[in-house]
Design a protein around this ligand. Structure first.
Ligand code: MEV
Length: 443
């Protein structure tokens, strides 16, 4: 078949096809259909019950897409030592986390505390009538609205969670007729997305029903329009703060080196506080650690990413999420992150690697998991900025990337060993690795 140029034919009823038929259809777009099928086959689990589990996670599954799962040991967090599971493809991330963990393990470790666990969602409504009447209606029926969710919230309430507040917010200065039911939640150890959305949809239905029966409303006012009911991934009151600190002069080998390093480090973080171009990359380094643990723990990294970056821009300019200071001879480095994650529900009991990761972390509560994730972010940020202000990032990064280059160039085990030895003392680049292999192969 002619090489695929990315112009596929429309297909109808695709999701209803058998898996084999889906694979046959999709692989016809490859120059070598059999080889393409073989790749899918190789990345499907031999044990059909395991594969079926994965196939059931999403629609139209044709194989699995693996990420390496690494472990970063020696994290001392609030005086307990844990090993953190990290699912990530970037070569240097786990190594950097492990280095930072070891570095801080002899300096008091990481301190972590929860600043809040509030989640939030909204029923977005359009009401074109008398605002005062709507406010009276809301006050008169607020308890009825909450009561209408009781069947949904029963289990969560028995675990100490549930709806913690409902308010009517007038947004008409921003958009004609726009009001919100702003609903706050405590979802205990669940991330809570399904719970929150179910509550919101019930509140919306009850709101419309009660409005129809509210006699002070005119006929038109009785028809409140619900635009949508959805949780917000912006969770500025679901916060964790993590930090490390130690006397400046104990940071590196000598007091002189240490002072220079601490000052440069603080300056680098200040630049990320005031310069959005740098802040984005600085925060990306934090998210290297955060996302890896969020994924390994079966949580929604898109939700976390969206919420974290909104939080980084909360003052009107995109800023560093971490801060560094030197005060009275002590170096302080801290990070505050909004993290809505769960340790029950979702994939936590379903995905074998997620289950495994939770067991490795000692079956954390959601609050403990928030702390572990934020620590991985701070560790990663520390390692990145430390490299940037000392050796530069490429030395460590390329060392870790060496195996990728060797694999790309199809190096044998013997060649890999020789290359690893050689590059202990020589700079790694695609060019230098190619040259070394050519040299070895010419012998
Ligand atoms: C690379 O994945 C992350 C860094 O760019 C982060 C940073 O610059 O702070 C190294």
């Amino acid at each position: 078949m002619e090489r695929n140029k990315g112009n596929h034919k429309f297909v109808s009823g695709f999701s209803k096809k058998t898996k084999a038929a889906k694979i046959a259809w999709v692989t016809q777009h490859f120059a070598e259909q059999e080889a393409a099928q073989e790749v899918l086959n190789a990345y499907s689990h031999a044990d059909t019950s395991r594969q079926n589990l994965h196939d059931d996670f999403i629609e139209n599954a044709v194989a699995n897409f693996y990420l390496p799962l690494g472990v970063a040991p020696n994290f001392l967090i609030n005086n307990k030592v844990i090993t953190i599971p990290m699912a990530i493809e970037e070569s240097s991330v786990v190594a950097a986390a492990a280095n930072a963990a070891k570095f801080w393990s002899t300096k008091g470790g990481f301190h972590a505390r929860i600043l809040g666990v509030e989640k939030v969602g909204h029923v977005h409504i359009i009401f074109d009538g008398d605002t005062a009447k709507l406010q009276h209606f809301f006050e008169a029926h607020k308890e009825d609205l909450i009561r209408s969710t009781e069947a949904i919230t029963q289990n969560m309430r028995s675990r100490g969670g549930g709806i913690t507040a409902v308010t009517l917010v007038d947004k008409t200065p921003l958009l004609a007729g726009y009001f919100q039911l702003d609903v706050r939640f405590n979802t205990q150890d669940a991330m809570g997305a399904n719970f929150i959305n179910s509550c919101l949809e019930q509140l919306a239905a009850s709101l419309q029903e009660l409005a129809k029966q509210y006699s002070p409303f005119s006929k038109a006012e009785k028809e409140i329009e619900v635009v949508m009911s959805i949780l917000s991934n912006y969770v500025p009151n679901c916060l964790v703060e993590v930090s490390v600190s130690c006397p400046v002069n104990t940071l590196l080998e000598t007091p002189e080196e240490s002072t220079l390093f601490a000052e440069k480090f603080v300056q680098a973080v200040r630049i990320a506080e005031i310069e959005p171009y740098r802040a984005v990359t600085h925060n990306k380094g934090i998210m290297n650690g955060v996302d890896a643990v969020v994924i390994a723990s079966g949580n929604d990294f898109r939700a976390v990413e969206a919420g974290v970056h909104a939080y980084a821009a909360k003052d009107g300019s995109y800023r560093s999420l971490s801060t560094a200071t030197i005060k009275d001879g002590v170096f302080h480095f801290s990070l505050t992150l909004p993290l809505a994650v769960g340790t029950v529900g979702g994939l936590t009991k379903l995905h074998p690697m997620v289950k495994w990761s939770h067991e490795l972390m000692g079956f954390p509560t959601a609050e403990e998991l928030m702390q572990i994730i934020a620590v991985a972010g701070l560790a990663q940020n520390f390692a990145a900025v430390k490299s940037l202000v000392t050796t530069g990032i490429q030395q460590g990064h390329m060392k870790m990337h060496l195996l990728n280059i060797l694999n790309q160039l199809k190096a044998t085990a013997v060649e890999k060993k020789a290359a690893i030895d050689y590059f202990k003392t020589n700079p790694v680049s695609h060019h230098t690795v190619t040259a070394l292999l050519e040299n070895l192969r010419a012998k």
